[in-house]
Write a protein that binds this ligand. Structure first.
Ligand SMILES: CC(C)(COP(=O)(O)OP(=O)(O)OC[C@H]1O[C@@H](n2cnc3c(N)ncnc32)[C@H](O)[C@@H]1OP(=O)(O)O)[C@@H](O)C(=O)NCCC(=O)NCCS
Length: 185
């Protein structure tokens, strides 16, 4: 299991005491604004189970994010294989979800850079993608800060989302060549 340290963060395996703060952020309407529904504690635990299973199987995944200065769990950032069919599949997705109090500090972007570096240098992927509801500007900003690019021709309707206003998604891409050309390697 790979763990990654950045200037202010630890991307680590999940612990049992992450479950309560994870359930709290999954129940926060602001954090979950662009998702079909908030999660109750049982659903939040089930999501953590799925994340941990994927991490054990692959050695990487959606890492638990710990702020090193405080030792606090603040959410997750990392890599996942989307579990649905779409024109851009198969692909590895980079994604993030942080508690509200941890927004506005650059933590998601810092963790995302570390996860992207892992994707290209360790897994040796040629490309990663990221997807979001069109209106999720904060998430799209993280994608842009990472150097990802958006082609409107890649936009798609998420097959697992029923609510019309949340269905349309943007897709951002980052190739290993773009990442290296930007000097991020
Ligand atoms: C998406 C999400 C992770 C973005 O979090 P974020 O804190 O806005 O993103 P970053 O970590 O890149 O932080 C950038 C902000 O920190 C500020 N910042 C402060 N210190 C900084 C530093 N040292 N380095 C970089 N940015 C810093 C930036 O100016 C920027 O502020 P702004 O929002 O006023 O423009 C967060 O909004 C979230 O968890 N949303 C809910 C879940 C979700 O929608 N996930 C994505 C699904 S597709």
């Amino acid at each position: 299991m790979h763990e990654i340290e950045t200037e202010r963060l630890l991307l680590r395996r999940w612990r049992s005491d992450d479950r309560a703060p994870f359930a709290a952020l999954n129940a926060d309407p602001e954090v979950m604004r662009h998702f079909p529904e908030r999660l109750n504690p049982r659903e939040s635990d089930a999501l953590a189970d799925r994340i941990e299973l994927a991490m054990e199987r692959q050695g990487w995944g959606l890492w638990a994010l710990e702020e090193r200065a405080s030792g606090r769990f603040i959410g997750f950032t990392g890599l996942a294989r989307p579990g649905f069919q779409a024109p851009f599949m198969p692909a590895v997705e980079i994604g993030w979800r942080l508690e509200r109090a941890a927004w506005g500090h650059g933590f998601a972007s810092e963790a995302a850079r570390a996860a992207a570096r892992f994707a290209f240098d360790v897994i040796a992927l040629d490309e990663i993608v990221s997807l979001a509801v069109v209106a999720n500007e904060r998430s799209r900003s993280v994608m842009r800060r990472l150097g990802m690019t958006h082609d409107p021709a890649d936009d798609f309707d998420h097959p697992l989302v029923e609510q019309p206003h949340l269905r349309r998604h943007v897709l951002y891409r980052l190739t290993a060549a773009q990442w290296r050309a930007a000097g991020a390697a």
